[in-house]
Design a protein around this ligand. Structure first.
Ligand code: ADP
Ligand code: ZN
Length: 531
């Protein structure tokens, strides 16, 4: 029932073919471009690789005047300008490394109307001189890349993005478009609000990657766990992500020592070494790249057959982005995430350190911690990975069993008496009148005589000590898993637990939860050893 293409649509298709040589639009691209052509504000949420840049680049060549692109990193700007120049589109970037002469030349090109796109960092675009200049020329649209950086609810808050409001006010009537791969409802709305968008059209793409098989495992003998995946895909391309440079070096060396063609990649390597490794990987002279997060921005290799994380990333956004580099060709690919208890603590430390080097960033701390907790829950969950991931990005799956994750493939080792344990936890939540959080509930269940418990007389509840043979940590994890599987719900400011409809069915034995085997040995309590 598609309506007839408008003149603007035809212009867009024509530009897509002429400059980029692409035949058709990817999902949502045309809708996003139509907003730009109509000067209607928009928020475009597409996963990494979804083709966000084209959403403003194609309209940029169709519209009269200059497209201003706000972008957070010099390296990203340069990549984009190079790619556009290759396509025959006039584009430039302005940053601290650009000399005065060059800036004058760029200004001339803008005045004469030849330059179509200008990339600028957020802190520069709001300087009075830049704003004066932009007011004196014809600006066709403002594109804000990585727009989630404006929200302190997001995982990557950057205070300098907050000022972009000034740009909006200085150029009223110019359409403003925000692009991001972070789609949580809260961040989405916040982006529109903070930028001062009016009546913005919000477009959210499909985040599910059905051809990826997700597995999450506790790290025990990491090198062997990694090697077994590599061996399963012998000769195919793969990426191994590590948290630190040191881990990158060690892992790469250990793989090479067993005859695997692997190369390290991180920001500490000299440029020419890094570039050589990247080229070797792109040209399939080596099979495996072992990298920190720095890797992947520039590469566009479609036949990566597996992505392994040797540690937990700091957010589901990051995980989705990195694991998403597998299987771009649409064929099946494997994603293995190895985690250990220390990973979250390490990230927590890094988040705090990062704040000290960035003024005003404390505001983003809660966002970063929330993102980390969601990532951690994902690791400790036995729920469908596809469902959890798309759920995080505000979407639903329309099937029960995805057939493509460790949970749905029944590979997760669960405890035999999951049903009974689940019922005990839920009964305790009910006994506590659904007024307490996961920590407190777990304490009651293991029979703690914590002062708060005694004060409230909760040591007399029938559910007090029902799970006394398990550690607090284990019971806490199970509680989270019951939340993840929809049997419990957290509500309100204090994350109070309550039993869902699904949970009530569990209490009647209508459903069986999947509860992970505990990581720690069970408690050898005095009472138990006396038996
Ligand atoms: P994102 O910014 O959403 O991560 P990019 O804009 O970098 O994604 O696009 C990813 C890749 O897909 C780029 O190489 C781009 O040229 C390519 N691409 C984008 N749109 C199309 C299209 N309609 N047809 C073919 N390739 C496309
Ligand atoms: Zn699944």
């Amino acid at each position: 029932h598609a309506s007839a293409p408008t003149t603007a649509d035809l212009q867009l298709v024509d530009a897509l073919r002429r400059y980029w040589g692409y035949e058709e639009f990817r999902p949502l691209q045309l809708q996003a471009m139509q907003c730009a052509m109509e000067h209607r504000d928009s928020v475009v949420v597409l996963p990494t690789g979804g083709g966000k840049s084209l959403c403003y680049q194609v309209p940029a060549v169709c519209l009269e005047g200059l497209t201003v692109v706000v972008s957070p990193l010099i390296s990203l700007m340069k990549d984009q300008v190079d790619a556009l120049t290759d396509c025959g589109v006039r584009a430039a970037c302005i940053h601290s490394m650009v000399e005065a002469n060059e800036k004058r030349r760029i200004a001339e090109e803008i005045r004469s109307g030849e330059l179509k796109l200008l990339y600028v960092a957020p802190e520069r675009v709001v300087q009075p001189r830049t704003i004066d200049f932009l007011q004196s020329v014809s600006v066709s649209q403002i594109a804000v890349d990585e727009a989630h950086c404006i929200s302190s609810w997001g995982h990557d808050f950057r205070p300098e993005y907050r000022q972009l409001r000034l740009l909006r006010n200085a150029l009223p009537g110019v359409g403003m478009h925000a692009y991001t791969a972070t789609a949580t409802e809260r961040v989405r709305t916040d982006v529109a609000e903070q930028l001062g968008l009016e009546n913005a059209q919000i477009m959210v793409g499909d985040f599910d990657r059905p051809n990826l098989v997700y597995r999450v495992k506790r790290k025990n003998r990491a090198t062997e766990q990694i090697r077994s995946v590599i061996e399963r895909h012998a000769g195919a391309a793969g990426i191994v992500y590590c948290i630190s440079r040191k881990q990158v070096e060690e892992t790469a060396a250990s793989l090479v020592s067993t005859g695997i063609r692997a190369r390290p990649y991180h920001a500490g390597l000299e440029d020419h070494v890094r570039e050589r490794h990247q080229t070797e990987f792109a040209q399939e002279e080596v099979d495996v790249i072992v990298a920190t997060v720095a890797f992947g921005m520039g590469i566009d290799k479609s036949n990566v057959r597996y992505v392994i994380h040797s540690g937990m990333p700091k957010s589901l956004e990051q995980y989705q982005q990195e694991s998403g580099r597998a299987g771009r060709d649409g064929l099946e690919a494997e994603c293995l995430l190895l985690y250990s208890g220390g990973d979250a603590a390490l990230w927590r430390r890094l988040i705090k350190q990062g704040e000290q080097s960035q003024s005003g960033a404390e505001e983003g701390r809660q966002g970063a911690f929330d993102a980390l907790n969601a990532m951690s829950d994902f690791c400790h969950s036995a729920a469908c990975r596809h469902r959890t991931l798309v759920g995080y990005f505000g979407q639903e799956l329309d099937h029960d069993n995805c057939g493509a994750c460790d949970a749905c493939l029944n590979e997760i080792e669960t405890v035999d008496d999951s049903l009974v344990i689940g019922q005990k936890v839920l009964s305790c939540v009910l006994r506590l009148e659904e007024r307490y959080g996961a920590d407190y509930t777990a304490k009651v269940l293991i029979g703690s005589n914590d002062q708060r418990i005694i004060e409230r007389g909760h040591e007399n509840l029938s559910t007090h000590g029902l799970l006394e043979e398990h550690s607090l940590r284990t019971v806490r994890d199970w509680t989270e898993q019951l939340v993840g599987q929809g049997f419990l719900e957290k509500t309100g400011e204090y994350n109070t637990l309550s039993v869902t409809q699904h949970g009530r069915e569990l209490l009647r034995g209508g459903h069986t939860p999947r509860l992970l085997k505990p990581t720690e040995p069970q408690r050898s309590r005095r009472t138990r050893t006396q038996e």
